[in-house]
Design a protein. Structure first.
Length: 262
């Protein structure tokens, strides 16, 4: 059993939403440096172009940018159509784009729910449905196409921060991922989610700046996540090694969810 072949993703076509920054950028680099063709998309066109230039300088695989604003359904349709013009197959879809909103309970606005649930949950379903024909083209019984949904430990536990819509959206994403696993497994497409703990990202920047020591002290491994941690999990799920994993939620958090308080 050749370990290089077992974890090989060379030549696979991958879409990473929110792939220009944070966890998405880490995942994109993992696939590109291992020979995949990676499309990255977010509404920040400049960030997409910058990330593509950096990724292509690494060699091995190839990166392309197709900016899109996932808050708008028409932009999801445009992205799917653009990829279909360039590729006849999509081996791996990484639904990573997301947003957060924190505010005290008594002041939490209704608009926060619309914004966060739209991006973190609703558009994940919309985009996945639009790209299902390309995923079906790529999948087979022995090597299915893969959907990897980037969730959060806050969808498993009750967060101390007042991010009501975010934690609810990630819990919903984990379950949507399982529902998709059931329905799309029959089409040779797997669906799994990663419940990520703290990583260096724009979303986490302010929290880590003010509370890094406290956060790390509550993680059994005593550190926050690195690019290799989340990229490695995605490479596992996207390769032959992960081809029989379907409907799982994998925590990538150093053990923070299982940390006993008493």
């Amino acid at each position: 059993m050749d370990v290089q072949k077992l974890f090989d993703v060379k030549g696979k076509v991958v879409l990473v939403t929110g792939g220009a920054k944070g966890i998405g950028r880490m995942i994109s680099e993992g696939f590109v440096t291992n020979g995949a063709t990676v499309y990255i998309s977010s509404r920040d066109a400049k960030a997409c172009d910058k990330a593509v230039d950096e990724l292509n300088a690494l060699g091995t695989g190839k990166a392309h940018a197709i900016p899109a604003n996932f808050y708008q359904e028409e932009e999801c349709k445009r992205l799917a159509e653009e990829i279909a013009k360039r590729e006849d197959k999509l081996h791996i879809l990484v639904n990573n784009s997301g947003s957060n909103w924190g505010a005290p309970y008594d002041e939490y606005p209704s608009a926060a729910w619309t914004r966060v649930l739209t991006l973190n949950l609703h558009r994940v379903f919309d985009l996945t449905k639009l790209l299902t024909p390309l995923l079906e083209n790529a999948g087979s019984a022995g090597d299915p196409a893969r959907i990897i949904n980037i969730g959060s430990v806050d969808g498993l536990r009750v967060p101390a921060l007042e991010t009501f819509a975010y934690s609810a959206s990630k819990a919903g994403l984990h379950h949507l991922s399982r529902v998709l696993a059931y329905h799309l497994g029959k089409r040779n497409i797997t669906s799994n989610s990663l419940a990520c703990g703290p990583f260096e990202s724009k979303m986490m920047a302010a929290t880590l700046k003010s509370n890094r020591e406290v956060i790390e002290s509550n993680i059994p491994l005593g550190r926050i996540g690195t690019p290799q941690d989340v990229a490695g999990a995605c490479l596992f799920l996207g390769s032959r090694a992960g081809s029989y994993i379907n409907g799982a939620t994998i925590t990538v958090d150093g053990g923070s969810v299982i940390n006993a308080k008493l």
